[in-house]
Design a protein around this ligand. Structure first.
Ligand SMILES: *Cc1c(COP(=O)(O)O)cnc(C)c1O
Length: 421
């Protein structure tokens, strides 16, 4: 469920018409709904309520500081994968003891930043990383709390570019070697073992791979405790999928995911951490774009939009589907036509959808890409010197620009011509 609905013939975000925002901000822009973000965060809190837990929002899915502030104020923790994301969480007022640092290639600089500013735990992914972290912690006179990310070798049955829990992926330590690696971690002077971490992929549409992974984590918890490690937290990563089409997808509900966690891991008495990104942010955002031209091609018509692959890369990168709807509500029974929906970038890959049925649209009309809140704005670029797409947050009948569109002046000023040229 989200809060993007037609009211008085026009698509709204909560109580604000998207056409009103477009008139003020111009197109394209991302628009997020505070009520939807809140609701999805709360679904996870409710699902995990029987167990001590921390829901850490995966910042990489949507990293605007205003969104992080909204979630942080609700009590959310944050999962960060870079020093930059760590600074975003701090800028949003999230205390260090609610920030988890993930990622396969943390630099010593990033480790120092987090150890100095405060951190709940590092999810470490390799032995060289453990040794580096221990050295940095010792040099600062502190101990770094860690969970080792284990790779349980399960097939997440999702898109190959976002599956992370198979043995051939670059992530984590093979679970078969975990005891040996934990023994080394415990012996390193700068580390304190606090838990186990696992994350098997993104956009999972079934619970079964989670069940396999969590069952292995339960066994490992018992084994590591027998080896003398104080395993008190289990970080289960993110990855729960969302429906991208209105019709035929029914990914698992957070409540059932929570029940699975309770059943497989609840008896261990650990604090449960999860790192959902997409399920909180995905359906909380739309990308609004204007029609530049309707072009009649041979055997097909093109809708040329002012949004392009640089603003929303998921269709060209993952072949992802986004529902695309007219912002002005079509009359019941209004005729539709199949359109190829494309952007202005000079690549054939700049295609959002093929033969998509839409009502008859004209130059200047608005369309909205649904489910664009996750991995949308964060992956945007300025390819073709198209200014970075702005972001807007709606709450009730308020809206505010939370990242402005840069001017061409600002863009050009970032380049410099060397004196010797
Ligand atoms: C990407 C990622 C997440 C979030 O995944 P979603 O599918 O957006 O829930 C969580 N944890 C880690 C380590 C990740 O890499």
């Amino acid at each position: 469920m989200d809060h993007f609905l037609y009211k008085n013939g026009s698509l709204h975000a909560e109580d604000v018409a998207l056409s009103e925002i477009a008139a003020t901000v111009g197109t394209p822009f991302y628009c997020y709904s505070a009520a939807t973000l809140t609701r999805h965060y709360q679904l996870f809190k409710d699902a995990l309520a029987p167990m001590p837990n921390l829901v850490c929002f995966a910042i990489k899915s949507l990293s605007n500081v205003a969104v992080l502030k909204l979630l942080g104020d609700l009590g959310a923790g944050m999962d960060v994968v870079s020093g930059g994301e760590y600074l975003r969480a701090k800028a949003a007022g999230v205390p260090g003891d609610r920030i988890v640092f993930s990622g396969v290639g943390k630099t010593r600089e990033e480790m120092r930043l987090a150890l100095t500013g405060g951190i709940r735990q590092f999810n470490v992914e390799s032995e060289p990383e453990m040794r580096a972290l221990s050295e940095v912690a010792v040099s600062l006179g502190v101990k770094a709390p860690i969970a080792v990310r284990v790779n349980p070798d399960v097939d997440a049955r999702t898109h190959e570019k976002i599956a992370t829990g198979k043995s051939e992926n670059k992530f984590g330590i093979p679970i078969a070697r975990a005891r040996e690696v934990y023994a080394e971690a415990a012996a390193l002077p700068g580390l304190e073992v606090v838990g186990i971490d696992v994350h098997i992929g993104s956009q999972l549409t079934e619970l079964e791979p989670f069940e396999q992974a969590f069952t292995k984590v339960a066994e490992l918890t018992v084994a590591l405790r027998a080896d003398g490690h104080d395993i008190r937290r289990l970080d289960l990563g993110g990855g729960l999928g969302i429906p991208y089409t209105r019709s035929n997808e029914a990914p698992p509900l957070p409540m059932d995911y929570g029940a699975l966690i309770a059943r497989t891991l609840g008896h261990l008495g650990c604090e449960i951490e999860i790192e959902p990104g997409r399920l909180i942010s995905g359906n909380s955002g739309v990308l609004v774009s204007g029609v530049i031209y309707v072009k009649n091609g041979e055997g097909r018509d093109f809708l040329i939009l002012d949004a392009a692959m640089n603003d929303l890369v998921r269709p060209s990168m993952y072949g992802a589907h986004h529902d695309i709807v007219a912002v002005a509500e079509p009359a019941p029974g209004a005729p539709t036509l199949p359109f190829d929906i494309v952007g202005p970038v000079c690549e054939t890959g700049d295609t959002f959808a093929k033969a998509r049925e839409l009502p008859l649209l004209a130059e200047g009309d608005l369309v909205a890409f649904r489910s664009a809140g996750a991995y949308g704005a964060v992956m945007a670029s300025e390819y073709n010197t198209r200014p970075l797409v702005p972001e807007v947050l709606v709450k009730g009948d308020h809206f505010a620009v939370i990242r402005a569109r840069p001017s061409f002046d600002e863009i050009l000023k970032r380049d410099s011509i060397p004196e010797w040229l």
